[in-house]
Design a binder for this molecule. Structure first.
Ligand code: SF4
Length: 231
């Protein structure tokens, strides 16, 4: 991934990326949902699918009255899987929801607040200890449900960083995360908006085939300003 032609971005470069995206798209008001329960269930269901499929699954859980971690835990896993079928990988996701519900119900006596009140690194570690919860989902929960500054990395963010030509010191999730956290203050509101803007940009403009002519980041992008893209 790394190449000699890539440059390590400065804090100003990272800030310029944020400002360019914010100027282009404005505030995104993430996370779409009414509270921590919606956010957590949504974060688990959104892996490998689009948000409209998640919304259908959330609605189906709500209509069935499975709308708390206690209710999730009391629901048979097969039944839970059927309720969230629209989100894909429903057997795995039903297990993840059950395991998460067990963490809340058993280790935190049914108090989601108690779990979310843990210090950031303890909370992240507890989340990563749940079967099937990876770093991206854990950071979604830490940032969007607990309101603590953990920068979320997803495939969209990696794509944009790579195309900008920014050097990342490795391929791991934490390598990409450090690129942001080492150059930004630990500000949950900023991380919240930044991640949302990166996702919007990757889904609308910096798509698998990028629409560089329409991109507000063109002047700062190695890919967009390369001869093969500028024609
Ligand atoms: S200029 Fe092209 S490759 Fe670069 S960020 Fe914009 S759309 Fe993506």
């Amino acid at each position: 991934m790394t190449s000699p032609s890539r440059n390590s971005p400065t804090a100003t470069d990272v800030r310029s990326l944020y400002e360019g995206l914010f100027a282009a798209y404005g505030p995104q008001y993430w996370w779409p949902g009414d509270g921590p329960f919606d956010v957590i269930v949504g974060a688990i269901l959104t892996q490998n699918t689009n948000w409209s499929n998640v919304e259908k699954a959330l609605e189906s859980l709500r209509l069935a009255g499975v709308w708390s971690f206690g209710a999730i835990r009391r629901t048979k896993r097969k039944e839970l899987a059927m309720l969230i079928q629209s989100s894909g990988y429903f057997n795995q996701k039903a297990r993840k929801l059950h395991e998460f519900a067990t963490l809340v119900e058993i280790d935190f006596h049914g108090s989601l607040d108690q779990l979310l009140d843990l210090p950031k690194s303890d909370l992240r570690a507890r989340l990563l200890g749940v079967w099937g919860i990876g770093e991206e989902t854990a950071d979604d929960v830490v940032l969007y449900a607990a309101g603590k500054p953990s920068f979320v990395i997803d495939a969209y963010t990696r794509r944009i960083v790579d195309r900008l030509g920014w050097r990342v010191d490795g391929e791991r999730y934490t390598d990409y995360q450090s690129l942001f956290t080492e150059r930004l203050p630990p500000d949950a509101a900023l991380y919240n908006e930044f991640h949302a803007l990166l996702d919007v940009h990757a889904s609308r403009v910096c798509r698998p085939t990028p629409m560089c002519e329409e991109c507000s980041l063109l002047v700062m992008c190695q890919t967009g300003s390369s001869p093969s893209h500028s024609g």
